[in-house]
Design a protein around this ligand. Structure first.
Ligand SMILES: Nc1ncnc2c1ncn2[C@@H]1O[C@H](COP(=O)(O)OP(=O)(O)OP(=O)(O)O)[C@@H](O)[C@H]1O
Length: 590
């Protein structure tokens, strides 16, 4: 799939990847239609030929092929043939359903894969504009809507149109007036129902929107269940979720009721027209040469074409829903990819330089970082301090290639980030977060992140350095112990140290500690840094911290305030100056 966005044409192009199956499917459908067309005709014709004693087509043919017989003989024979044809028709439709199901599942898989591949490269800035709830709904509900549409269009639509065409020809051959009347009325009814289907699509979109919002909201509430309870806010959060659930009730109520109302309305109009057609049939028997048997056959056809017409009508609804689903899917597919260049970082050494860098989140116009300029030579130890909300974490995330800057330059070994291969960058920089998020998997997976080349000895050594030997010894299944959703079975401090163990095995060139030891007691923190010292010696270390002891020994300290660097220098230089750093020291001494 080359194009980013998908439309109805893309769906059909994908379906044609299985060209052979598609053609077979259509041919078998055609065969099924040919078999089904004479079925409604055969027994009613016996009214004329056997009951009214006017042998015309079937009775002379039976006489010729199998010899003549009683009324029972003719009727039983024709009934047996009709039943056989019905079973044959059933068998062929099962085969076509199998073929088209395979095609539709292939197409939906390809679209899902396309969405997931796109998401994989989506920039964090763009991702946050939609959120996980909306995207999950896209991946599940909207793709299911497309699935239904593909089944309807690929198998039923062509079959229905062909059936109507064939029945039309047969009907005109039997009686031109009745046949033409039916053929004229069909498109008219379809036109009316098409008008209604647009409205249904809008209602479905509203319902899906409400479901996505609920999913996002309830997902968050359940995820933060513990925190909500701790802050005594159950009432607030759960009533918010109930409000969202109410919205689903209202929108699905509107959709459920109105879609059925509209669908049934077109159906009722359809049936009324059939009644008129039936009356016309009776009149034609009374006033023209239409036989009673043929009139019954016509009535049979009226019922017979109900299914294809109904399928064509539902095809219009499913088309409208598919269009709405495609609109939402394309919203995800047009999310900006993060810039990814070709140049790779070949050396272990990594010099970082920022110049006039500014940044704001997509969700607000506020500039979070303004005009940041500084260099981080390889091997240097840098500290970033500043009040809460001054932009330290944001800056760390931009340096790690997580968020994309808005302006200015950011270069690694003099290669601008836009020209840099992101994988090679992320392999070199490790950001240790204050609140690391863990996977609901084993301890081993959470440290190696799926890298199977790391052996257990290295893992145990990393855990030891991270001061987690005791925790490991207490784990029932050792490295195979499951840590729970988001690492719920571990304490905050253990999670932080696990993230440090993750960093140790990743062995990056640059480590950024973003208040990553804030949950540790001073004693453990000291032991941790002593153990880490030899490992960090030849690495660049950027530390974001609130403790003077952690910051003091840095080669250079940068003080951020409201997104700007307001002071920089060594501890000795800065403690001489009046300003934020001086205040920072004073606070620590109090
Ligand atoms: N994902 C986000 N979307 C929108 N705004 C954000 C986002 N993350 C942070 N901000 C805002 O950006 C500003 C800087 O936040 P940041 O987390 O970088 O500060 P910080 O200095 O690391 O704070 P702290 O010391 O409390 O961790 C704040 O005003 C914050 O509200």
């Amino acid at each position: 799939m080359k194009n980013r966005s998908v439309d109805i044409r893309t769906i059909f192009k994908l379906a044609l990847h299985h060209k052979k199956a598609f053609i077979y499917g259509q041919l078998i459908t055609l065969a099924a239609i040919i078999i089904s067309i004479p079925v409604p005709l055969m027994l009613p014709v016996m009214v004329d030929e056997v009951l009214l004693h006017k042998p015309h087509y079937i009775v002379p043919a039976i006489d010729k092929l199998f010899g003549s017989g009683s009324a029972f003989y003719y009727i039983a024979l024709v009934a047996a043939v009709v039943i056989f044809l019905r079973f044959l028709y059933y068998f062929l439709t099962v085969v076509t359903t199998k073929i088209f199901t395979k095609i539709s599942k292939y197409v939906t898989f390809m679209i899902r894969r396309h969405l997931l591949t796109h998401l994989q490269y989506t920039s964090m800035n763009a991702y946050e504009t939609l959120g996980s709830g909306a995207i999950t709904a896209n991946l599940i509900t909207d793709i299911d809507t497309l699935d239904a549409f593909i089944m309807n269009s690929a198998s039923k639509f062509v079959a229905s149109v062909l059936t109507l065409l064939a029945v039309g020809i047969v009907m005109i051959a039997i009686d031109p007036i009745l046949g033409i009347l039916i053929l004229f009325v069909q498109p008219l009814i379809m036109f009316i129902s098409k008008k209604m289907s647009t409205r249904i699509g809008e209602l479905k979109a509203k319902e899906n929107q409400a479901i996505a919002e609920f999913q996002e909201d309830v997902g968050e509430t359940l995820e933060l269940f513990g925190q909500i309870k701790a802050s005594n806010k159950e009432e607030y959060f759960f009533s918010k979720s109930i409000e969202q659930a109410k919205k689903i009730k209202e929108t699905s109520n509107a959709f459920g009721f109105k879609s059925v109302a509209y669908e049934k309305l077109s159906y009722t109009i359809f049936l009324s027209v059939f009644e008129l057609i039936r009356a016309t049939g009776l009149l034609l028997v009374a006033y023209s040469d239409l036989s009673i048997g043929m009139m019954f056959a016509m009535f049979g056809y009226i019922w017979f074409i109900m299914t294809p017409v109904q399928d064509i009508l539902s095809m219009q609804y499913s088309y409208a829903s598919a269009k709405a689903a495609l609109g939402r899917i394309n919203k995800v597919l047009t999310l900006k990819h993060e810039a990814n260049g070709r140049e790779k970082i070949q050396t272990k050494a990594l010099d970082i330089s920022l110049s006039n860098l500014s940044f704001s989140y997509e969700s607000s116009d506020k500039e979070v970082l303004k005009d940041i300029t500084f260099d981080v030579p390889y091997g240097s130890k840098i500290a970033l301090i500043g009040a809460s909300g001054s932009g330290k974490t944001t800056l760390a995330q931009i340096i790690s290639g997580f968020y994309e800057k808005k302006s200015g330059t950011l270069a690694y070994n003099n290669i601008e980030i836009e020209n840099l291969d992101r994988h090679s960058l992320r392999a070199k920089i490790f950001l240790v977060l204050q609140m690391p998020i863990l996977f609901n998997a084993t301890l081993r997976f959470n440290i190696t992140m799926g890298n199977e080349n790391i052996d257990d000895t290295a893992l145990i050594r990393a855990l030891e350095t991270a001061q987690l030997s005791e925790m490991l010894a207490g784990m029932p299944d050792g490295l195979d112990t499951i840590v729970g959703h988001h690492g719920i079975r571990l304490s905050g401090g253990q999670r932080q140290r696990l993230s440090i163990a993750r960093m140790i095995v990743a062995d990056p060139s640059v480590v950024i500690f973003d208040e990553s030891t804030s949950a540790l007691d001073v004693h453990t923190e000291t032991k941790l840094f002593v153990a880490l010292e030899p490992l960090l010696k030849d690495k660049t270390v950027i530390t974001i911290a609130h403790r003077l002891s952690t910051v003091k020994n840095a080669d250079r300290i940068y003080v951020l305030n409201e997104g700007k660097i307001v002071q920089q220098g060594t501890h000795e230089e800065l403690e001489q100056q009046e300003g934020h750093y001086y205040e920072f020291i004073k606070e620590q001494l109090l």
